[in-house]
Design a protein around this ligand. Structure first.
Ligand code: C5P
Length: 311
């Protein structure tokens, strides 16, 4: 593989069309039945030759993106370099469109994009199975951002099985002011289970599984059937922490969406719509409703992190 002086990578955001959450494991994670779906709303990460790892970011919410070593893109560059026993020399730049701390795996997407960008920049040619293992070390949602499309994630979400999708689905995402912390939403889910008397441990909660009706709706490309099957076990927790999200979900449904759910751990709300025209009108209605900061029309599935420019 030839090294490059500059590599640009595009990477999608995700929505979980089903997020089944099992009990709390001994390692602090929850077993999931996580049906990931990649949408065109995405970030771009550019890698250039540099000295050490540096990181810059642009976009409407760039001020909320940490630029230190907690950023998954910087961690990805260091992890890939360490894996190959080389010095991590790269200047990374993120063009951010995915909502920050929004439940759409934007940080994970940048981590996946940085793995792909640095791999090409440094001319490493790391095989995909190895990149997927490094991605799983970075975070539960990072492997899916490499794969894209749609996939069933088991374990903590990192054990992926690609899923067949029979057509394009159209979506609107309503972005809230301020993010929600993923660990805090999982903790609230456990608290609600304890309060309901069902218990929250691995022994108390049955292992979740993918809904066959939802998988069939994806395979058939049927948005009405998919809308009926949308399910997120973290939604009640996100709504308890951010009650105003209920008004946002209701506003999108009133505007004509086929189905609505909180995206992942929230607070972004996802609306499945009939077609691209409907996506435009639901996005406009949501923005005008004042129930969200802004709304984006998009579609999927789209591929995972991929090189779009190199020099
Ligand atoms: O893997 P990641 O770093 O994205 O996870 C962030 C946090 O979300 C974890 O520390 C944990 O609190 C929670 N989490 C979980 N179960 C999962 C995935 C994440 O409890 N399957």
């Amino acid at each position: 593989m030839t090294p490059h002086s500059e590599v640009g990578v595009r990477v999608p955001a995700k929505v979980n069309v089903q997020l089944g959450v099992g009990g709390l494991r001994g390692d602090g994670f929850h077993d999931l039945a996580n049906v990931f779906f990649a949408v065109a709303l995405g970030d771009e990460v550019t890698a250039r030759q540099g000295v050490g790892v540096s990181l810059t970011c642009e976009g409407p919410d760039a001020d909320q993106v940490p630029l230190d070593d907690t950023n998954l893109a910087a961690r990805a560059a260091r992890l890939l370099a360490a894996h190959h026993g080389i010095e991590p020399n790269v200047a990374l730049h993120i063009t951010k469109a995915i909502p920050v701390a929004g439940g759409m795996a934007g940080g994970s997407a940048d981590g996946a994009a940085a793995l792909v960008a640095c791999d090409a920049l440094w001319g490493l040619g790391t095989p995909l199975p190895e990149l997927l293992e490094l991605a799983a070390e970075l975070g539960s949602d990072v492997p899916f951002a490499l794969l894209g499309g749609a996939a069933l994630g088991r374990g903590r979400g990192e054990l992926l099985e690609p899923l067949a999708v029979g057509g394009t689905f159209h979506w609107v995402f309503a972005v809230a002011d301020g993010g929600l912390s993923t660990p805090a939403v999982f903790r609230e889910c456990d608290r609600l289970r304890e309060a309901a008397g069902t218990g929250s441990s691995e022994q108390d909660v049955p292992t979740p599984d993918a809904d066959p009706a939802l998988l069939a709706a994806l395979a058939e490309g049927d948005p009405v059937a998919l809308a009926a099957a949308l399910a997120n076990d973290l939604q009640a927790a996100a709504l308890t922490l951010r009650p105003a999200l209920a008004d946002c979900l209701a506003a999108g449904l009133a505007a004509g969406a086929l189905g609505a759910l909180v995206s992942g751990s929230g607070p972004t709300c996802a609306f499945l719509v009939k077609d691209a025209v409907e996506a435009g009108s639901v996005a406009a209605a949501l923005t005008a409703s004042g129930r969200c900061r802004t709304a984006h029309a998009t579609y999927g599935p789209v591929p995972g992190a991929r090189v779009v420019a190199r020099a």
